[in-house]
Ligand binder design. Structure first.
Ligand code: HEC
Length: 120
């Protein structure tokens, strides 16, 4: 094998191992809808007609939950609502951002139920 071939092989291996070839471009971002399914949120929450009924429908939470509260609630529900039965989500920062941004996008049509969580 020539020196240049070897160099090329090493370069390609390096790129593959560092994830340089296969990594998703940063701007693509995590897909919030897929994350919400994969992280098990739909076991308890409904999203656009799909999912459970233990928690409030996710397309309505923006009616009472601003981005700051929502971010804190999803990471540590008991920190906001000590009686919460929701488990804290294990999410990377950018995943949490994507979910909060997505749920906030429903704000204009979101309606708070009578007994929204945390209502005193
Ligand atoms: C075990 C059931 C369960 C799971 C799993 C769950 N939730 Fe919840 N969630 C609830 C319940 C119940 C409430 C309302 C009262 C409470 O916290 O107990 C709630 C409340 C919320 C709220 C309202 C926050 C606020 O400001 O009042 C948001 C947003 C939310 N959940 C998002 C999520 C997301 C995103 C996931 C997935 C990462 C998730 N939940 C997983 C049960 C769950």
């Amino acid at each position: 094998m020539s020196i240049t071939m070897r160099a090329a092989v090493i370069l390609v291996c390096g790129l593959v191992m560092s994830g340089g070839i296969f990594s998703v471009p940063a701007h693509a971002g995590p897909n919030a809808k897929i994350l919400i399914e994969r992280k098990g949120c739909l076991v308890c929450h409904n999203l656009n007609g799909k999912g459970g009924r233990k928690g409030p429908p996710l397309q309505h939470v923006a009616a009472w939950s601003d981005p700051e509260r929502m971010r804190a609630y999803i990471s540590d529900p008991k920190g906001i609502n000590p009686g919460s039965i929701m488990p804290p989500a294990r999410l990377k920062d950018e995943e949490l951002d994507a979910i909060v941004e997505y749920l906030q996008s429903f704000k204009d049509s979101a309606q708070a139920p009578e007994n929204w969580p945390g209502k005193k």
